[in-house]
Ligand binder design. Sequence first.
Ligand code: ZN
Length: 282
Amino acid sequence: MDSVRDLENTVHRAISYHRMFTSATRIAVGLSGIDSYALYRFLLRHHDHKLLTGITILETRSSQREDEVRIWQELAAKSEVTYVVTSFRDEFGAWLDEIVEALEPTSSLSPCLICAQLRNEALRRSAIREGVDTVATGGNANDVLSVMLIRMLGGPLVALDGVVYEHRAAPAYRASTLTYCSPLFYSPKDAVRSYASEDGSTFPSYRCKFLWARGELRLTEVLKPLLELFPEACDLATFDASELLPNPDLRECRVCGEKRRLLPAERCPSCQILALLDEGVA
Ligand SMILES: [Zn+2]
């Protein structure tokens, strides 16, 4: 069985079925860790390199992440792909630790929620600066099923629904001038991992110090046996997860103008976090 060709076929079908992009689309891809390398590798093999931009966002100061940036730099230079690095410090004037500390007295937001939202915002700003049309994100089928489970479960985790996951919950959607798409939407994590490591590529593993707050990691573990029981759950031909995940009610944020699920103040979660940060600093 040719697992590489299987994964590529699944991704090609997802791209054409949801009209994610054409051969002329300028695509930015967020580069962080081995899973995103799978998406990057697929795009290198099937898209014009001149139309690709890799973006890495540094949330904290970390030597592992700096090592990783060097790997991305070398890979991008080899393929003549544009590569940019930005950081929370560059975009928001502070690192994640400092932002979490500044928000702590006034908000109950988890560090992961803050991080995910500000990563979205840093990626959005960077993609707009680079003049791309579409942002391709690395969410895979396990992530999609996590979203479904979170929605079914409700409970305390429901707070994460639609905020952490909104970009991954739809295979493709137009948010503003930018379109977001998840070409790995139907590809299970294990297949994505083996595709990424098939050419011998490795990346330093980075453990976030705020990891304790991520309930979603345990969910992924719960979902693994389920995915093994129902492999057809990830097959586009028999099951379309996108129909079970109707897009949340997306409206234009009055601050950044991006179509997202809005908080009561008519702001998107990223702009709300940045507003809280401004108030705290003032
Ligand atoms: Zn906004």
